[in-house]
Design a protein around this ligand. Structure first.
Ligand code: GRF
Length: 209
């Protein structure tokens, strides 16, 4: 099958990026990971991508005078690789309004909570400290409003409040993130999603397994 090009933005470990790379090894998966861009030179994910034979680029945000100039440099790199969809896989950089406007409905982020609960940084810690008994992760389209774009997919895990440690909570969540992100990317590239202003609908008869 003809694969469509996906660009992945990372800042750290790259476990979600690696899940996408593994998914894309399957010939029936609609994506080819065309490039991995990190804003952090030392991000372990850069080496993982390079070792997997994927084009990588480090674009350090510190080298740019403001968010938009940095975002335009990232965007130029994505366009160089003819990217159809951008996946934010642990990209820890708040973007300027220019970026989601330029890539409207073509950026998917994986967030480690059941949005709209626990947006922003340290979401597993937020859930842990709030004492909630169910948390999860969310793949959503990126808009100008941080962590508020239309939700594509979510999955959940349970927390044994008072028994589980924060590390156990993080581990349980991380085990779900890569799968949720890969499924959301697959649904998008297979044109199974319809995006409205606030919601994502699945095309009738083509629900995810
Ligand atoms: C993940 O928890 C992701 O949900 C969040 O940042 C973390 C990145 O992990 N946005 P990794 O770099 O993909 O391992």
């Amino acid at each position: 099958m003809a694969k469509l090009k996906v660009g992945v933005l990372i800042s750290g470990r790259g476990s979600n990026m690696a899940s996408l790379v593994r998914a894309a090894w399957d010939e029936d998966y609609p994506a080819e990971i065309a490039c991995v861009i990190s804003n952090v030179a030392s991000a372990p994910g850069v080496k993982i991508a390079r070792d997997a034979g994927i084009a990588t680029a480090v674009i350090s945000h510190g080298d740019y005078p403001d968010r938009e100039t940095f975002d335009r440099a990232v965007s130029a790199e994505l366009e160089k690789h003819h990217v159809r969809l951008v996946a934010l896989a642990g990209f820890m950089r708040i973007q300027s309004p220019w970026f989601p406007a330029h890539w409207k409905d073509r950026i998917i982020n994986i967030h480690p909570s059941l949005l709209p609960y626990h947006p922003g940084a340290n979401a597993y810690k937020q859930a842990f400290e709030a004492g909630v008994r169910v948390s999860g992760c969310t793949a959503h389209f990126v808009t100008e409003q941080l962590d508020q774009g239309p939700v594509i997919l979510q999955d959940v895990f349970h927390i044994r409040v008072g028994e589980d440690t924060l590390d156990e909570v993080k581990e349980r969540g991380k085990a779900l993130e890569g799968k949720v992100l890969s499924q959301a990317v697959q649904l998008f590239l297979n044109e199974q999603l319809v995006v409205t202003d606030t919601k994502v609908l699945f095309r009738p008869g083509r629900l995810p397994a």
